[in-house]
Design a protein around this ligand. Structure first.
Ligand SMILES: Cc1cc2nc3c(=O)[nH]c(=O)nc-3n(C[C@H](O)[C@H](O)[C@H](O)COP(=O)(O)OP(=O)(O)OC[C@H]3O[C@@H](n4cnc5c(N)ncnc54)[C@H](O)[C@@H]3O)c2cc1C
Length: 468
């Protein structure tokens, strides 16, 4: 046993220092099983002070550390490299809800709390914590903050950054910074909280946070509209925003091909329309007054959209089961695409007003260079964020298709850049997009990022090789 590990055991208890290959395995491979790294150990501190003690040991022995929450990240940010030099610091034992304040509308939680546990605790206190994503049963709030996760509620409530009022952080030197302030106004110098949010564990370790809570909606309505083009969907967005304001909480675009794949692989999930349309929008309203009020708003949106010829059909869910049915169509697209075969995913954003042009132009470029490739385009249109995924032409082998991955990424990401967009809207950079981002950020921006990293983590021990 090395002296470093011996001291880790002394700091947090031998039971929480995992070195056995079988015990460590789940922490070393990423969610999609694309990469397996190696580590000296997986460390599971139970308090911020224990976390700080481990970071100080890492400093003393020059051991790199990889913070890890639920390990559901999609850009290889939460797993170590293959050198075996690093330790994984898992937050699973930092899982207490420290306080809920229903007057301040905040809750203070530790970084390892699973997102679903936080949503449930908020609901039990009669409040809404609106962050929601498909990994919510496994991902942790520390991971959500460190990746500035998006999800389905961004249109109304913002990204995780907007849901956080304060942080407690263990610095790269092993000090505890308590910034758990719970203030909506605090202009007292540089916003350190915002530096750590979205830093993917490269500047320090988040150990706790103060989160914003909201009133629980009185009614939630879901509708599906059928239209010809993404531009029609944008007009529908303007109508819905004008008529519903903050009550519009979801606006998801799905192309016909997405739903053809869902119908093919999940035949029990059916479109509520007799005929197919090129595009669909799933629209959700959350109303703080009543179901009747929500119905009136939705009706007015659909009537105006039909009158203007923006949509040619609409279905409103009249029960929770029907609403779930409509959301199921959206939620099964990724699975249907995976069942169909290999695909190349892009998590991109462009200014909302340019989405129609982006899809038209980029679809054209891809067809020119990779004739027959099939576009699986869907996503959070209301946030300007698309899952712009490419499936191979019908008779091309997966191997031949994947050989073109770098070229396809280049076409898509160059186009995103020309449209003033981002090549990673939700998931971060990790190691997967670390090198590619250099093509799209200016030297000034990259140099500012490096300066911050150097200032906060001069030894380069915090999640090395990620982001920069
Ligand atoms: C099925 C599925 C659906 C998803 N849907 C979405 C979606 O809609 N929107 C979206 O944004 N993401 C989505 N994701 C990606 C992922 O769930 C999010 O990135 C999530 O926020 C990661 O949380 P985690 O606890 O699993 O973090 P991890 O995967 O463990 O870590 C992610 C990054 O954060 C760092 N980190 C983790 N905890 C800490 C901490 N306490 N302090 C400092 N750094 C830390 C890690 O080092 C790593 O760089 C999805 C993933 C899956 C598998």
């Amino acid at each position: 046993m090395t002296e470093f590990l011996e001291q880790c055991r002394a700091a947090i208890g031998a039971a929480h220092v995992l070195t056995d290959a079988a015990d460590m395995a789940a922490h070393l491979t990423d969610w999609r099983r694309r990469f397996t790294g190696q580590a000296q150990a997986v460390l599971k501190p139970g308090t911020p002070e224990e976390t700080a003690a481990l970071v100080r040991l890492c400093n003393r022995f020059r051991v790199p550390l990889v913070p890890q929450g639920g390990n559901t990240g999609l850009v290889l940010g939460s797993v170590p490299d293959r050198s075996g030099a690093a330790v994984v610091v898992s937050t699973t034992r930092l899982n207490r809800i420290r306080a809920i304040d229903t007057v301040n509308n905040t809750m203070t939680v530790e970084a390892g709390c699973v997102l679903q546990t936080i949503q449930n605790a908020a609901a039990e206190a009669g409040r809404l914590f609106p962050l929601s994503l498909a990994a919510e049963g496994s991902c942790t709030i520390g991971g959500n903050l460190s990746t500035n996760a998006g999800g389905t509620g961004v249109l109304r409530y913002g990204n995780t950054r907007e849901l956080c009022l304060g942080l407690e952080v263990v610095t790269a030197q092993g000090q505890v910074w308590s910034g758990l302030r719970g203030l909506r106004k605090d202009n007292t110098g540089y916003d350190l909280r915002d530096l750590f949010i979205g830093a993917e564990g490269t500047l320090g370790g988040v150990t706790a946070a103060v989160l914003r809570l909201f009133p629980l909606p009185k009614a939630q309505l879901t509708a599906l509209g059928a239209m010809k083009t993404p531009d029609d969907a944008l007009t529908l967005l303007s109508i819905a925003q004008a008529r519903c304001g903050a009550a519009l909480t979801g606006f998801e675009l799905m192309s016909d091909f997405c739903l053809q794949l869902v119908g093919k692989h999940f035949p029990q999930l059916r479109l509520p329309f007799p005929e197919a349309s090129p595009q669909y929008v799933l629209l959700e309203l959350s109303d703080s007054e009543s179901e009747e009020h929500a119905n009136l708003m939705l009706e007015s949106v659909i009537t105006e959209a039909l009158e203007q010829g923006v949509i040619h059909d609409a279905a409103v869910a009249s029960s929770i089961a029907q609403s779930k049915g409509l959301w199921s169509l959206r939620e099964h697209i990724s699975l249907a695409q995976a069942t169909e075969g290999k695909n190349i995913k892009h998590d991109i954003s462009v200014p909302i007003s340019r989405i129609g042009d982006f899809i038209r132009v980029t679809d054209g470029l891809l067809q020119q260079q990779f004739p027959g490739c099939r576009m699986v385009t869907f996503g959070h249109l209301g946030d300007g964020n698309l899952h712009y995924n490419v499936s191979p032409p019908e008779h091309q082998s997966d191997e031949a298709f994947i050989a073109d991955q770098a070229a396809i990424n280049q076409v898509v990401h160059d186009s995103v850049h020309r449209f003033g967009g981002s090549i990673s809207a939700e998931h971060g950079l990790g190691t997967l997009k670390r090198d590619e981002i250099r093509q799209y950020k200016s030297d000034v921006e990259l140099s500012l990022m490096k300066t911050i990293k150097q200032a906060l983590d001069p030894l380069g021990l915090m999640n090395p090789g990620k982001v920069l």
